[in-house]
Structure formats: C-alpha cells, structure tokens
Write a protein that binds this ligand. Sequence first.
Ligand SMILES: [Zn+2]
Length: 265
Amino acid sequence: MFICPVCGETLIQSEKSFVCRNRHLFDKAKKGYVNLLLGHDGSQHGDTKDMALARFEVMQSGIYAPLKDCAVRTLKKHLHHPAVIADCGCGECYYTAAVQSAFPQAQVLATDISKAALEVANRRDKRILRAVASTYHLPLADASCDAALNIFSPFAAAEYARILKPGGYLLMVIPLENHLWELKQVVYDKPYRNEPKDTALPGYRLCEESECTYYKTLSGARCMAVFDMTPYRIKTAPEDRQKLEHIHALELTFSFKVLLYRKEY
Ligand SMILES: [Zn+2]
C-alpha cells in the first residue's frame, strides 16, 4: 500500500480516495490513479499524453514482448509468493501488467512522474495501484517490498534500498552495446555503441543475468516511434531525427541485459 506523502502513515483506499489516519486525503482520479506529488498536479512532468499514447501503441505491437517475457521468466524463477511488488517509473504499465498477471496474488504498486502515462495505464490491468510520484521520493514504506522493478527508469539507489525488504529482489534492465544500432547509423554521422556497464551494485548480490537480443523489421514511422521512446529523442537535433522519415523498412537490433539482484540482509 502507498504511504501518505505528508506524514508517512499508511494510506487506506476507499472507493474514491486514499486517506491516512491523520486525515490527509487524496482523491482518486477517474482513470484510477492517485496523485501523491505534493504541490504539483503532475501534468507538467515526464511523458505528455501524446508521448504516452505513442508508447502504448508501440508496446501493443509486441516489439518489446521478448524483453517482457525474459523479465517475467527471471522473476518467476526466483520470487515465490511475493506480497508486494513495486514498479517505479512504470510508464504506461506494460511490464507492470505482465508482472501482475504472473503474480496474481501480489499487490503490485506502480509509480511514475507522468500523470499522462498513468492515465493511459488505465487501459491495462486495473488491479495495479498507480500513483503519480517521483522515483526519488517514493510513497512506499521502508522495507515494504518483496521486489522492485527498474526498467528504463531512473535508478534512485537510496530509495530502492529503502523500500526493499532485506532479501528483496531488484530487477533491472539495461541496453547492451548493439541496441538500436541500425537506428543510430541512420540518425547520426558518427554513431557510437552503448558502453558496457559495470553490473556490480553495492548492497546487493547479483542472482542472475540474462541477455535478451532479438531483431525486428519496422516501418519508418515505427522506427521513429521507437526512437522517440529513448533518451536520444531529447539529445538529437530535429534534422537528424527527421532522417528516419525516409526509411521504408529497417531491421533493428534489440539487445538488453536483464539483471536480478538480491538485497543483502
Ligand atoms: Zn498523512
């Protein structure tokens, strides 16, 4: 369950709101989420409505299904009867919904800074409890989660360490060297490959790492949609990005490492 961002007490859910014992009240939005970002309405943060919808369409097309399956498989192998799983920086809950289906008995809590993303997420599994919140200030109690997901979202190390139970699991996905290499070759004059990352994480033991690499042939429009979902979007000049408009079809490499860590006792 979420905690109150004002006093830290547990928030109790009723039909239309969440309230703590100190009577701090947070209305539930029509689209099912609750805004726990103090002093903000959340509309100005993160993905916009258009970005969230574009991402939803891309995800529905199944481009990232092999990664989703690999992530779920990895969790299923290690995680038995989890009570609480948190997805921090959940976006429109594509991976979150797969995890909820894989662990139907678990309470899955999802947070994102983007209100628009959480609105779109309402189209997915309605059992997931969703809150607008910063990953750097999670509305989750200390040592309350059996597992936490970090899939293409900022890794706020201190917050993850705080919310995980001792022995809790952290699932992380990182892009590998050749991820979207063909896209970069089109867009950049001097493309570079992703640097291999050090996977050691202080305070955790690495339980499993699996590589997930696959190829998909996409239209130019879809290539652009995929590009726009990456951090490259903000780093790239509009004239470079527009080079993608001239693509008819392109085979892209998707390449990730799925890492499962266990928090030390
Ligand atoms: Zn409160």
